[in-house]
Design a protein around this ligand. Structure first.
Ligand code: 2AM
Ligand code: CA
Length: 274
């Protein structure tokens, strides 16, 4: 039923990658005063190309997209981040991704995350599995907290500590290592691929993680919005925790969150269904 949309994107996304891969960013617009969020001309061009091509082919589907004001929640919608990890794109030219998910009736149907620099195209289809460059991904390996590598940024440490003082220091004694990649979509897909186990970010919007969440959940991973499970669909920012197993989530929850936070009941089958 959704194969036509998937096939269309399978062709479109590599074409967009080839077109923009070697383009140098020529203009940077700083939103607000904080330099918290940058947007380059390439973010805008990729979003424009995606939305115009998709709306010509599938005119009934609306867009919830990061740039411009294309933010309409409906029963059939594309959720698009043209570049997730724009600061990486701007400064390092790696670890940034094009992310596009398709939702029906506010439920995830499928999502693509394209790691542009590494040319890895992840696809998750709800209930069917996940693929990378068309190769089916294995279920993710379960590791203990002591074996786990955590990906988290500085801002998130402040937020977690404000909610539960001392929790980040406690966490630092429990994990194997800490890194910070700088792209939610890439990080969640790399948990799915087994290169690390935990990602926590305090300020994400739905387009940052919608597609990658499907990929990770389809290989047995967990994505939780512990404080605000329904805010993301309205385009508001949320604290997100992604990890490779429900056991790991239980261990993290005990360290990071106040005690009354529990998994939604659907989580017993490794899904949170959000
Ligand atoms: P972006 O590159 O699309 O902005 C970096 O830590 C991660 O957080 C990236 O996925 C980045 O997405 C996202 N991010 C950075 N600033 C953000 C903000 N103000 N709101 C929501 N997500 C943000
Ligand atoms: Ca972006």
């Amino acid at each position: 039923m959704h194969q036509e949309k998937i096939d269309f994107l399978m062709t479109l996304l590599p074409n967009i990658r080839m077109k923009y891969l070697n383009q140098i960013s020529t203009m940077v617009t700083v939103k607000e005063d904080t330099f918290d969020n940058i947007v380059t001309d390439i973010d805008l061009k990729i979003q424009e190309e995606l939305t115009s091509t998709l709306s010509a082919r599938f005119p009934e589907i609306t867009f919830l997209a990061e740039e411009n004001d294309l933010q309409e929640v409906s029963d059939q919608m594309w959720i698009i981040d043209p570049i997730d990890g724009t600061k990486n794109f701007f400064r390092r030219n790696e670890d940034f991704a094009l992310s596009i998910a398709y939702y029906e009736k506010r439920q995830p149907v499928f999502g693509f995350v394209y790691d542009i620099a590494k040319d890895l195209l992840y696809l998750g289809i709800t209930g069917q599995g996940a693929w990378v460059n068309q190769k089916k991904m294995d279920r993710v390996k379960v590791r203990t907290l002591h074996e786990s590598v955590l990906d988290m940024n500085l801002k998130t440490t402040f937020t977690l500590n404000a909610k539960k003082p001392g929790c980040v220091e406690m966490l630092s004694h429990e994990v194997f290592a800490h890194r910070s990649i700088g792209s939610a979509a890439i990080s969640l897909c790399r948990i799915a691929a087994g290169s690390h186990e935990i990602y926590i970010s305090s300020h994400l919007k739905l387009w940052d993680f919608a597609a990658a969440q499907i990929v990770l959940e389809e290989v047995g991973g967990i994505v939780i919005l512990p404080y605000e499970p329904n805010r993301q669909i309205a385009g508001k920012s949320v604290l997100l925790l992604g990890c490779s197993s429900s056991k790991l989530y239980e261990d993290l929850k005990a360290i990071l969150f106040i005690s009354e936070l529990t998994l939604p009941s659907k989580m017993n089958s490794n899904k949170n269904g959000e």
